[in-house]
Design a protein around this ligand. Structure first.
Ligand code: PEP
Length: 260
């Protein structure tokens, strides 16, 4: 079963890439994306130093670009931070916030993630808000409690109109970069829970794109994207390989086609 919502596939390059090899990857993805139906949207979130390159090589293509993080501050004496307005200066569309690697390695609290979401929205960016449980949390039956609290921290600081402009990515921590994806049933179950939480915020929030992330590959993408509440994917490792990333985008197109 799938739904009528369009699909969205976003690559998260993490701290990968170099100026020279990026050219072939960005151009290849832009070329491949031309063949996708209009109801599939594609984006890549690159490291900050490659924004100008992404803008130059993806501008005018079907592929949007974005950041992997954003400062919670508007501007000022925050050495090393990058403001949402600076990201928007490069015509970026997306900013990932609350990725589990930021929460785990940089101690980002739910409140900080919420503040970053607000900054991204204020600058006209689309925040991709990541939520997800650890293996311990899943095994102790706390998945809904954890992801519900992470999402709620963001929803409480947003109006319904603002909340309608976010994207949410469910990324179980145990599935990120491990090669061990959630099953489509596990993912759908959490997505349905998140969908209900979004719908409770307001009718216009119910159809916010809900992405699954965590070891998505060409081999498992179609099955995941066919699920009723999975609107696409946030793709890490596979986004660094042109063929794999485009195959995942094609799987999103096929899933959208089944729905239509
Ligand atoms: C991610 O980092 O957001 C991610 C989903 O990584 P991977 O696809 O490599 O598991």
């Amino acid at each position: 079963m799938s739904n009528q919502r369009s699909k969205l596939v976003v690559g998260n390059w993490k701290m990968h890439g170099r100026l020279a090899p990026n050219v072939a990857l960005l151009q290849g993805v832009a070329r491949g994306a031309q063949a996708l139906p209009q109801d599939v949207r594609v984006g890549v979130c690159v490291p900050y130093p490659y924004f100008a390159q992404a803008q130059a090589l993806l501008g005018g293509s079907r592929v949007a670009w974005g950041a992997q993080d954003v400062s919670a501050h508007e501007q000022g004496a925050y050495t090393g931070e990058v403001a949402a307005g600076m990201i928007a200066d490069f015509e970026a569309t997306y900013a990932i916030v609350g990725h589990s690697e930021r929460r785990a390695y940089h101690g980002e609290s739910p409140e900080l993630v919420a503040a970053k979401t607000q900054r991204a929205l204020a600058a006209g960016l689309t925040p991709i808000v990541c939520v997800g449980e650890t293996l311990d949390e899943r095994e102790s039956g706390a998945t809904e409690c954890v992801v519900g609290a992470q999402l709620n921290a963001v929803l409480v600081v947003l109006s319904a109109d603002e909340a309608a402009r976010i994207v949410v990515a469910y990324e179980p921590v145990w599935a990120i970069g491990t090669g061990k994806s959630a099953t489509s049933e596990q993912a759908q179950q959490v997505h349905a829970f998140l969908r209900a939480r979004l719908a409770a915020k307001g009718a216009q929030v119910a159809d916010v794109p809900l992405l699954y992330g965590g070891s998505v590959k060409p081999e498992n993408a179609a099955e995941l994207f066919r699920q009723n509440d999975i609107d696409g994917g946030l793709i890490g490792g596979a986004a660094l390989k042109e063929g794999d990333f485009l195959a995942i985008c094609a799987a999103a197109a096929a899933a959208a086609d089944v729905a239509g």
